[in-house]
Ligand binder design. Structure first.
Ligand code: ATP
Ligand code: MG
Ligand code: MG
Length: 553
């Protein structure tokens, strides 16, 4: 196997290992906020961090960045864990920023005492106004020089919920003239009298991301804290905060940044995905149209395909949009190897073989030509079959390699048939196609007739044996590649109204025992899996992806 060249994140680590770091010191984390389900962008971050863990045999923590009780829920925590496990990764420790609330509070009091933080009693609008612009320095708050004792006392009152929400915040005292806007006395704490999904009513103040994240890395001795590019200007603050709570002997984590990954024809933002759920554009977070990991799972994607996708796109220093066809390529490639071949007819028309006697016979067919261990199975054949309506034309030009009147085609794993006549209703719709078969042409029989070359092979199901099934055909959720790129418009304006089509199809009887999440190739059509709402009485298939890339741009 050719060794891939190192990406820039791995290069950073290699440089550090040549410098002062030892391999034993390497430690990473994946830090989701439990305010939604993980999406395909997170898969990149998971594969990056856990991939580094595997490469360097280093621990990776799963850290929940649960500092905002308004948006976070236990349901999301559970879903995130399920998704990481499903992708095939194992975390070292399961950590929560909320477990550090007391430590963070104690450190904040220390910062107040060392003159590095103060309670500001202005409104958030006033604070925002004083921030200045990148070229105009900010204005210092009139509360900036409050005495330490007054700050300590007020901060304690905030903590106890004795001051109203919004009356005060705790701010770091850094530099209102800094060229880095993030360094202009950032807020460290706000009052929120809200119940937290883990700490309940214990806290009336909650730390801001910047204050919690780096300190959590420090507490856990994370060596490299990889985050997305928008945090680049926060790096200075990350370092400043850690410098205030550490000393020379301490092991100091470092933040480095990589580009957020975007997928075409969808959105990767938990906040916006939540809107799709709340406005019932989709049915749930794991709706198979969602770009969530759980949505892809339910759609029939495999962990292998998602990891392959993440590895293929790698990581980058600049944002761009990855075309969803690459992800589809990855799932086709995996399912081609592992999915059993079956027959299902989605748009049936009745085919009668006039010279076939009543009764049935069971024919042998291969389960998966790509897998020599997959074996064969029996499928029933009879006088009356369904084929796809689009596989027949009364007359057609020579490029139509399917059934026409007077011409021959093969029925997959069965016989060669010839179109003879049609039965139509008064409106001219075809009700039945009548044909004859060549009894000596049975597939695999080795006869001269069976080896005859005919122009096409069709899939089919035997009508008396077929199982009726609900088939859910999914299409892209958005009609444009970048639905949230246009700042003038709302991403909701680009919803594809035809992203779900539910039809009734007929599948071969071997599928009667198929179980939730089982995956199949419906020959000549695409890959399908059993949906979680499927029952023995009402089989439901999700189309994972068509056999070929047929999207027209
Ligand atoms: P969202 O806007 O969807 O909520 P987020 O960055 O706020 O995204 P977090 O839960 O904080 O979501 O993300 C956990 C980790 O995953 C972070 O390190 C974050 O940088 C990374 N991440 C999030 N979205 C992407 C993405 N699209 N591509 C790569 N990494 C991502
Ligand atoms: Mg977020
Ligand atoms: Mg975040």
């Amino acid at each position: 196997e050719v060794k891939k060249s190192l990406n820039f994140i791995e290069q950073i680590i290699e440089e550090d290992l040549k410098g002062s770091y030892t391999e034993q010191e390497l430690k990473f984390r994946f830090p989701p906020e439990p305010n939604g389900y993980l999406h395909i962008g997170h898969a990149s971050s998971i594969c990056l961090n856990f991939g580094l863990g595997e490469r360097y045999n280093a621990p990776v923590n799963l850290r929940f960045d649960d500092t905002n009780p308004i948006k976070e829920e236990q349901e999301y925590v559970d879903a995130i864990k399920e998704d990481v496990v499903w992708l095939g990764f194992k975390w070292d420790k399961e950590c929560y920023a909320s477990d550090y609330f007391q430590q963070l509070y104690d450190w904040a009091v220390e910062l107040i005492k060392s003159g590095n933080a103060y309670v500001d009693s202005q409104s958030s609008a006033e604070i925002a106004e004083q921030k200045g612009t990148p070229t105009v320095p900010g204005t210092e708050s009139p509360y900036r020089n409050r005495s330490v004792s007054e700050n300590v006392e007020l901060f304690e009152k905030m903590k106890n919920g004795e001051t109203p929400e919004g009356a005060h915040v705790l701010r770091a005292k850094i530099d209102m003239t800094s060229s880095n806007m993030i360094m202009r006395d950032p807020v460290m704490y706000r009052s929120l009298h809200k119940k937290h999904h883990r700490t309940g009513d214990d806290w009336k103040i909650y730390p801001m991301y910047d204050w919690a994240h780096g300190e959590s890395d420090f507490i856990e001795s994370v060596s490299h804290s990889f985050c997305t590019l928008e945090f680049l200007p926060h790096r200075e603050l990350y370092n400043w905060f850690i410098s205030k709570i550490s000393n020379n002997e301490d092991f100091i984590p470092k933040q480095r940044e990589f580009a957020r990954r975007n997928l075409s024809h969808t959105i990767v933002s938990k906040r916006k995905l939540l809107q799709l759920v709340e406005k019932k554009v989709v049915n749930s977070w794991d709706d198979p149209r969602m770009p969530t990991i759980s949505g892809f799972r339910r759609r029939g994607y495999t962990p292998t395909s998602i990891r392959k996708f993440a590895d293929t796109i790698g990581i980058a220093k600049r944002e761009n949009i990855i075309d969803v066809s690459l992800l589809e390529f990855c799932i086709r490639e995996d399912l081609n190897k592992i999915a059993p071949r079956v027959m299902g007819v989605l748009d049936p028309v009745k085919l009668v073989i006039t010279n076939y006697e009543d009764g049935e016979e069971w024919l042998d067919t291969e389960n998966n030509p790509e897998d020599e261990n997959a074996g064969t199975r029996k499928i029933p054949f009879s006088k009356e079959l369904y084929i796809e309506r689009e596989d027949f034309k009364e007359e057609a030009n020579r490029k139509f390699f399917r059934l026409t009147l007077g011409k021959e085609v093969r029925l997959k794993s069965a016989y060669i048939i010839k179109g003879e006549s049609v039965v139509k209703d008064d409106a001219g719709n075809i009700l039945e196609i009548h044909c004859t078969y060549d009894p000596k042409s049975k597939s695999g029989s080795g006869t001269e007739e069976s080896l005859r070359k005919v122009k096409g092979t069709l899939h089919w199901v035997s009508i008396p044996h077929a199982i009726k099934a609900e088939i859910r055909l999914y299409d892209r959720l958005f009609t444009v590649a970048a639905p949230d790129a246009d700042k003038e418009k709302d991403f909701m304006d680009f919803i594809n109204p035809d992203s779900l089509q539910v039809i009734t199809g007929y599948v071969e009887p071997s599928l009667k025992d198929a179980r939730v999440a089982d995956k199949f190739q419906f020959q000549r059509i695409g890959y399908f899996c059993i949906d979680k709402e499927s029952t023995k009485e009402n089989l439901i298939f999700n189309r994972t992806v068509t056999l070929r890339d047929s999207w027209e741009k």
